[in-house]
Ligand binder design. Structure first.
Ligand code: HEC
Length: 255
């Protein structure tokens, strides 16, 4: 009975992990991989800067305080005040959006969700892929659509960086005199209609930094755990030596 219980308990974390692993990405066959590294402080700082400038106007991160973020990411308080707080908030305040829910509903039809936990209820890969797959769609209210989140109410707020994408057009020339079979644009791939201020590689890096930052937001204590984890391992190693010596001492007379 006890063994059974133990087996069930051991299985639980595995089950949880398997459920997390799903990789649905809207119209795309799968999400793109993204390198998450919470020890990469410059990346987290760049992500934080993009977040407060371009996302916080609509989305809150209301479980995080500015000064906690500053401490964790090595951003001094005067820089926070000068560069990263635009809402008149104080450094000890929660990172709430300035947009009112009612206004959001009126302008955007849907209130933008709080993003503190978004990489946990979606996945870092989902968010990273989502941010890079907006495209022009004149039929939608905002003028934008998204391959990962079809008919999304969010406009492409970073189009000046990325430029404008559109569904890949089928090549017009018929090959070997045969007419082209596919006439509709393919829904799986986007192409650049108007280039933006950044190259694709630069934009990908920025979105990786932003996703990295969003992962940090979802679990800020992970940074502490890395530090504590090292001490725990050292402790266990030392403890093992003593446990072994003690065992030898106890069993000395038996053998
Ligand atoms: C103009 C307001 C606005 C801005 C600015 C904005 N968003 Fe959004 N965002 C929305 C709205 C509205 C939705 C909800 C879309 C829906 O449900 O159709 C949304 C949805 C999302 C989602 C999907 C949430 C989910 O799981 O359903 C993510 C992720 C997201 N936004 C990230 C960002 C990031 C990152 C930024 C900054 C680069 C940003 N947004 C800037 C309005 C905005």
């Amino acid at each position: 009975m006890r063994t059974l219980l133990l087996l069930v308990l051991m299985g639980l974390p595995l089950g949880g992990h398997a459920a997390e692993g799903h990789n649905e990405c809207g119209q795309l066959a799968k999400c793109d991989p993204v390198k998450i590294d919470l020890r990469d402080q410059p990346s987290l700082q760049r992500g934080a800067r993009t977040f407060v400038n371009y996302c916080l106007p609509c989305h809150g991160a209301s479980y995080m305080r500015y000064n906690r973020m500053g401490q964790d990411l090595g951003i001094p308080e005067d820089l926070l005040k000068e560069d990263m707080i635009f809402t008149g908030d104080k450094v000890g305040d929660l990172m709430k959006t300035a947009m009112r829910k009612e206004d959001a509903k009126e302008w955007l039809k849907t209130a933008p969700p709080d993003l503190t936990l978004v990489t946990r209820w979606r996945s870092p890969e989902w968010v990273y892929t989502y941010l890079r797959n907006f495209y022009r769609d004149d039929k939608s209210a905002s003028g934008w659509n998204n391959l990962v989140f079809p008919n999304v109410a969010m406009p492409h707020v970073l189009y000046e960086w990325q430029g404008e994408l559109r569904p890949a057009q089928p090549t017009a020339q018929a090959q070997d005199g045969k007419p082209v079979e596919k006439t509709a644009p393919t829904s799986e791939r986007l192409e650049v209609a108007k280039p933006g201020a950044k190259t694709a590689a630069e934009f990908d890096r920025d979105m990786r930094d932003l996703t990295n930052f969003l992962v940090y937001l979802g679990e800020p204590a992970k940074l502490d755990r890395y530090r504590i984890g090292v001490y725990v391992l050292i402790f266990l190693a030392v403890f093992l030596v003593f446990a072994y010596l003690l065992k030898k001492e106890y069993w000395k007379d038996v053998h």
